[in-house]
Ligand binder design. Structure first.
Ligand SMILES: CC(C)(COP(=O)(O)OP(=O)(O)OC[C@H]1O[C@@H](n2cnc3c(N)ncnc32)[C@H](O)[C@@H]1OP(=O)(O)O)[C@@H](O)C(=O)NCCC(=O)NCCS
Length: 247
């Protein structure tokens, strides 16, 4: 069983739907609470503020789904984002942190870190049953689906053949298969075990209500994984009980 639960969410800033959304009042009013709306409308880059908060909420939902054991209904507004730290992107390097903070939902908390990467916003988060620890060492990865050096190259059928039957059960697209292969290869490295011993299996249920879990030799491992994909990007974050890399 995992002692730490992780979440992540990528937003492809190359998708036309992401542009100018801070000026889309209906969307902003539906997704964000009054304080968040003020923050978005008063921000120097409203779209960045909006997508950073969106990615944080989705990340928080993924962490809190696992803390609860069963996903709650996802109403974005009910997942409250509070920043503890904001950094002007012009003062930061490519793929550097632009926001840090927390997402809370009915007394539960996930810590989140948001990066602005070239072409994407990527949020990573973690939580634990007794509340999130101050610091946790995580491994995060953001990659283009068409990366030439990818271990996930090929058509969907070829990728599916590399997944177990239990893993394939939740796969419905090229992105969905690719992100599992990328994350599983990384898990094998982090746990120092053969990849054939690992599986990333989603809980039963409808799409969006199926947190992924890590299995080693058919048993739940002391590790956690979160998957995300949007547009041209796939992304994942890992926690293992002998993680060495820092986020
Ligand atoms: C879960 C959710 C936030 C995912 O966000 P998304 O931007 O659509 O998709 P992402 O690519 O970022 O994440 C998808 C991955 O999250 C993981 N995931 C799915 N449900 C999850 C959950 N409840 N908790 C943690 N992780 C979950 C899966 O690994 C999934 O990968 P897959 O689609 O390849 O199986 C979204 O599907 C959602 O809103 N679900 C809630 C549905 C709901 O509550 N509906 C009620 C209507 S009010």
């Amino acid at each position: 069983m995992s002692a730490i639960f992780v979440g992540n969410d990528v937003v492809d800033l190359g998708e036309p739907r992401t542009e100018g959304r801070a000026a889309d009042d209906r969307f902003v009013d539906r997704v964000f609470d009054p304080e968040e709306r003020v923050a978005i409308r008063g921000a120097s880059d409203g779209d960045l503020e909006l997508w950073a908060r969106w990615a944080a909420k989705e990340t928080g939902f993924k962490v809190i789904s696992k803390l609860l054991g069963a996903p709650p209904l996802f109403v974005h507004r009910a997942f409250k984002v509070e920043w503890t730290d904001t950094v002007d992107p012009e003062e930061s390097d490519a793929s550097a942190v632009v926001r840090r903070g927390r997402v809370t939902y009915e007394g539960l908390e996930a810590r989140v870190v948001v990066r602005l990467c070239p072409g994407a916003v990527h949020a990573v988060g973690f939580g634990a049953p007794g509340g999130p620890p101050e610091r946790v060492s995580l491994h995060r990865h953001l990659a283009p689906l068409d990366d030439p050096d990818r271990p996930w190259a090929g058509p969907l059928e070829a990728l599916e053949m590399q997944l177990s039957e239990r893993e394939r059960d939740a796969v419905y697209s090229l992105h969905s298969a690719a992100v599992r292969l990328g994350a599983r290869a990384d898990l094998a490295r982090a746990l120092a075990v053969g990849e054939e011993r690992l599986e990333i299996v989603c809980d039963p249920g409808p799409t969006g209500q199926r947190p992924p879990r890590v299995f080693l030799d058919g048993e739940r491992a002391a590790a956690d994984v979160s998957l995300s994909h949007d547009g041209r990007w796939i992304a994942w974050v890992l926690w293992t009980d002998h993680q060495t890399e820092n986020r």
